[in-house]
Design a protein around this ligand. Structure first.
Ligand code: ADP
Ligand code: MG
Length: 722
C-alpha cells in the first residue's frame, strides 16, 4: 500500500464557497424563531402572552399554543422546512430528533401543511430504546416530550433537508425526567430562589430574578477525513488506541495561538456562518496547544440556552467538517502523548438587571453581596467536590483527570493572590492596606479593592475564579454541559440557603452578620483553596491530608452520585428524585462498561486483522532476505544484526498474538460478570492494563516495520497533514 498517495494534496486543499457575503449582523439569528420573528409573525396580544410564558410569569395554555404553532409553521415553511421535530436531550449524551412532516392529507387526494398547538406542546416519541436506568421498564415504554418555550425553536439544515426543531424536555408518563434538560431547568429554578433569598436579605430588592450564566470553551481536533475512515479506533471508539507518538508533538509550543491554516480557517468560517444563523454568539477561535487542536468559545448565555447552544456547536463542528473532508474529533483524548480536549465551563450568576453577582462591586453593599455569593460557591465546592468530580466522569475524561494531564481529579478552588489575601484578612479580622492603596469599602471593614487584572491565572486549577466568574475546567470536551451545570446550580443553591439562614440567625445589622458568617465559613472551607501547582505530587499528598477526595477513575468516582448526601441534596431542591439520580448513576456506569467493551474489541480486531498481518509480512520479508543473502554470503557474521532484527520482529509478533488472546479472554470474562460495579472495576483495573501493554508492543512494531507495509495512518500524519 502506498500510504500517503491515498490523499493527493489537490484533494486535501478543498475549495469551498462562502455562503454569506454580508456582515454577520445582517443574518445573525435568521434561523431562530426568536423574539423578533415572534413579534413579526404573532398577533400582538399573543406575542405579549408568550413573552410572559418565556419569562415564567404565566402558564402555557392551548389557545396560545395554537396561535404560536401556526405562526411557527408559517415561518418555518418560508425557510424551506418540510418537517418539525421535538429536539430533546436523552441521557445518551447527544440530542435526539424524530421528524414529522407538516403534511396532512385532505379530501380530494391533496395535502396541506398543518401544525397544531398540541403538536407543538407535546410529542410522543417511542422512547423505549433510550436509556432510562431502570426508571421506565420497556412495557411502559412511552415517554413524552414537551415544548420548552424558554429556548427558542430553530431551523436545522443538513444537506437538502430542512427541519423545524423545537427544544423540549423528555419525561415519563409518571413524571420522571428521562433527559438532561428537565433537571437543568429545575436547578435553574432552585438557584433563582436561593439567590433571590440572599439578595433580599441583603436588602437588594431591585432584582426580580437570578439566573446562572454559562460560557463553554469547546476544544476539538481536526484531521483529514481520509485518515479518519482508515482508522477503526477513531470511527468506533472516537480515539486512536494505537500509534507511536511523533518526535514532534507540542513541545515547540508553536501551535497555540499560531497562525491558522487556510483549510482550517475556511472550515471555522463555515462553522461560524452556521452558528450565527442559529443565533449562537461564537466569539473566539484559535489554535490550541496540541497540533491540529482548536478552540471555539461563544459569549456566555443564560444556562438553558447555553446548554442547547453547546450541543448545536458540537453538532455543527462535526457536520461541517464532512463538507470540508475533515473529521472533527471531540473526544477527550484522541491522541496519546499530546494534550487532550476539555471544555472549560465558565459559570456565574446574573440578576435580571444584568448585574453579575460574582463581579466585585464598587459600593459596600455590592461587596458584601459579592463576598456572600463567592463564599457560598466555595463552600458548595468544598462540600460537594465529589459530586462535581462525578459529574464529569467518563471513559474519555479518565485519560485527562487524574491521569498524566490536567486538570487533576482533586477538585480545589483557585482564587488568585489578591482575593486569597482578602479572604485571609477577613478570616483573621484584620484590616490591611493594599499595596496599591485601593480599598474595598465594606462599610465596616476596609479591604484591598479587587481589581480584575490581578486575578492571575493558574492553568492547573480545576475550579478557578477568573475575575467575575468561576471556570470549571474538568468538564470533558465531548460531554453535555447540562449535568455539570445542574450540579453547580444545585450545590450553590444549597450553600446560599445555608448562608442566608446563618446570617438571619445572627440578627442585628445584616452587613455585620454577613461578615461574621463569612468569617466563620472561611475557617471551615479553606482546605479546598489551593493556589499552587495542581499537577504536582506534593499536592496529591497535601490534598489527602486535607481530606479532599481524589477519585482518579470513573468507576471509583461515579458512586459519589448516589451517596446519601447527594440523594438528599438533589431531592431537597427538587432537581432529581432519588429514583432519577440513581437512574443516572446506572446509565453512566453502563455507558462506561459499553464504551470499554467497544474499545477492547476494536483494539483486538485492529491487532488481529491489521497489525499482526503487517508484522508477519515484514517478518517474512526480513527472513527471506536473510535466507537469500546467506545463500550468497554463507552464514556470515555480517548478517548477525539482521537476524537480531528478525528476532525482535518475531518476538513482538508472537507476544502481540498472546496479548490479544489474553485481551479477548478477559473481555469475555467481563461480559459474563453480572455485577455492574465489579464489571466496571474489572475493565478499569485489569483490561485497561492489557490494552496499554498491547499498545506498547504494537507501537514498537510500528517503529520497526517497513513504512509501506503499515496499514494505519500514523499519528504524525494525522496531526501534521491537513
Ligand atoms: P479564557 O480562555 O481566557 O478563559 P475565553 O475568552 O476563551 O477566555 O473564554 C471565556 C469564556 O467565559 C467565554 O465564553 C465568556 O463568554 C465566558 N464568560 C465571561 N463572563 C462570564 C459570566 N459572567 N458567566 C459565564 N461565562 C462568562
Ligand atoms: Mg479560552
Amino acid at each position: 500500500m502506498k500510504r500517503l498517495q491515498t490523499i493527493p494534496a489537490s484533494e486535501r486543499c478543498y475549495e469551498i464557497a462562502k455562503e454569506k457575503d454580508q456582515p454577520i449582523s445582517s443574518y445573525y439569528g435568521e434561523d431562530v424563531f426568536n423574539l423578533t420573528a415572534m413579534q413579526e409573525k404573532l398577533p400582538r396580544d399573543i406575542y405579549l402572552l408568550l413573552v410572559e410564558i418565556i419569562q415564567d410569569r404565566r402558564k402555557l395554555d392551548l389557545t396560545i399554543a395554537n396561535a404560536v404553532a401556526h405562526a411557527m409553521k408559517e415561518w418555518a415553511l418560508e425557510k424551506g422546512a418540510t418537517h418539525y421535530c421535538h429536539w430533546f436531550q436523552p441521557m445518551t449524551g447527544a440530542p435526539a430528533e424524530k421528524h414529522d412532516a407538516f403534511i396532512e392529507p385532505i379530501d380530494g387526494g391533496m395535502a396541506i401543511e398543518r401544525f397544531s398547538g398540541k403538536q407543538l406542546w407535546q410529542g410522543e416519541p417511542d422512547a423505549s430504546s433510550f436509556p432510562s436506568g431502570g426508571i421506565r421498564s420497556t412495557f411502559e415504554a412511552r415517554g413524552y416530550t414537551a415544548w420548552d418555550p424558554t429556548s427558542p425553536a430553530f431551523i436545522l439544515k443538513r444537506g437538502i433537508g430542512t427541519v423545524l426543531c423545537i427544544p423540549s424536555v423528555f419525561i415519563s408518563y409518571s413524571g420522571e425526567a428521562l433527559d438532561k434538560k428537565t433537571p437543568l431547568l429545575r436547578s435553574i429554578n432552585a438557584i433563582n430562589k436561593s439567590a433571590l433569598g440572599v439578595l433580599n436579605l441583603l436588602n437588594n430588592t431591585k432584582a426580580k430574578k437570578v439566573y446562572a450564566t454559562l460560557g463553554p470553551e469547546q476544544e476539538y481536533f481536526l484531521i483529514d477525513q481520509d485518515f479518519y475512515y482508515k482508522r477503526k479506533d477513531l470511527v468506533l471508539g472516537s480515539r486512536t488506541m494505537l500509534g507511536f507518538a511523533p518526535p514532534k508533538g507540542q513541545q515547540l509550543e508553536d501551535h497555540y495561538f499560531g497562525s491558522i491554516k487556510e483549510r482550517i480557517l475556511s472550515y471555522m468560517h463555515d462553522v461560524e456562518e452556521e452558528l450565527y444563523k442559529l443565533g449562537i454568539p461564537a466569539k473566539t477561535r484559535h489554535n490550541e496547544v496540541a497540533p491540529s487542536q482548536f478552540e471555539i468559545a461563544p459569549i456566555y448565555e443564560e444556562a438553558n440556552l447555553a446548554v442547547d447552544h453547546n450541543y448545536l456547536v458540537m453538532d455543527t463542528l462535526r457536520t461541517v467538517a464532512g463538507k470540508h473532508k475533515l473529521a472533527a474529533l471531540l473526544h477527550e483524548k484522541p491522541f496519546a502523548g499530546i494534550n487532550g480536549s476539555g471544555k472549560h465551563l465558565n459559570w456565574s450568576l446574573s440578576d435580571d438587571l444584568d448585574n453579575n453577582l460574582l463581579n466585585p462591586g464598587k459600593t459596600p453593599h455590592d461587596n458584601i453581596q459579592f463576598l456572600v455569593v463567592l463564599i457560598a460557591t466555595i463552600r458548595a465546592v468544598y462540600l460537594h467536590a465529589d459530586i462535581l468530580r462525578a459529574s464529569v466522569a467518563s471513559t474519555g475524561n479518565d485519560h485527562r483527570l487524574g491521569a498524566n494531564e490536567a486538570p487533576p481529579a482533586i477538585i480545589s478552588v483557585f482564587l488568585g493572590e489578591q482575593l486569597t489575601q482578602i479572604i485571609e484578612n477577613l478570616e483573621k479580622g484584620v484590616i490591611t492596606s493594599a499595596s496599591n492603596g485601593a480599598i474595598i469599602d465594606l462599610g465596616l471593614d476596609k479591604l484591598p479593592v479587587l481589581s480584575k487584572d490581578s486575578t492571575d491565572r493558574n492553568r492547573t486549577s480545576p475550579f478557578a475564579f477568573t475575575g467575575n466568574k468561576f471556570e470549571f475546567r474538568a468538564v470533558g470536551s465531548s460531554q453535555s454541559i447540562a449535568f455539570p451545570a445542574t450540579v453547580l446550580n444545585t450545590i450553590v443553591a444549597e450553600s446560599l440557603d445555608v448562608l442566608t439562614e446563618k446570617i438571619k440567625a445572627k440578627g442585628g445589622d445584616v452587613k455585620q452578620a454577613a461578615l461574621d458568617v463569612i468569617r466563620e465559613e472561611i475557617k471551615v472551607i479553606k482546605p479546598v483553596l489551593f493556589m499552587g501547582d495542581n499537577y504536582s505530587k506534593e499536592w496529591e499528598d497535601e490534598a489527602k491530608k486535607r481530606g479532599l477526595p481524589n477519585k482518579k477513575t470513573t468507576p471509583e468516582s461515579l458512586g459519589d452520585l448516589v451517596t446519601e448526601k447527594a440523594l438528599v441534596l438533589f431531592e431537597k431542591y427538587n432537581v432529581l428524585s432519588r429514583v432519577e439520580l440513581k437512574s443516572r448513576y446506572f446509565i453512566r456506569l453502563e455507558r462506561y462498561i459499553k464504551e470499554m467493551d467497544i474499545e477492547a474489541m476494536t483494539l483486538c480486531s485492529m491487532i488481529q486483522n491489521q497489525i499482526l498481518p503487517a508484522g508477519i509480512d515484514y517478518q517474512y520479508k526480513v527472513a527471506s532476505s536473510i535466507a537469500a543473502a546467506a545463500g550468497v554470503l554463507g552464514d556470515a557474521g555480517v548478517l548477525k544484526a539482521q537476524k537480531e532484527l528478525l528476532g525482535t520482529v518475531a518476538s513482538l509478533v508472537s507476544n502481540l498474538q498472546i496479548a490479544v488472546n489474553d485481551l479477548k479472554a478477559k473481555n469475555e470474562k467481563a461480559g459474563a460478570m453480572h455485577n455492574e460495579e465489579k464489571k466496571a472495576a474489572f475493565y478499569c483495573n485489569e483490561i485497561k492494563a492489557v490494552m496499554a501493554d498491547i499498545r506498547e508492543k504494537a507501537d514498537t512494531l510500528e517503529t520497526i516495520v517497513d513504512n509501506t507495509l503499515w496499514p494505519l495512518p500514523k499519528l504524525w500524519e494525522m496531526l501534521f497533514i491537513s
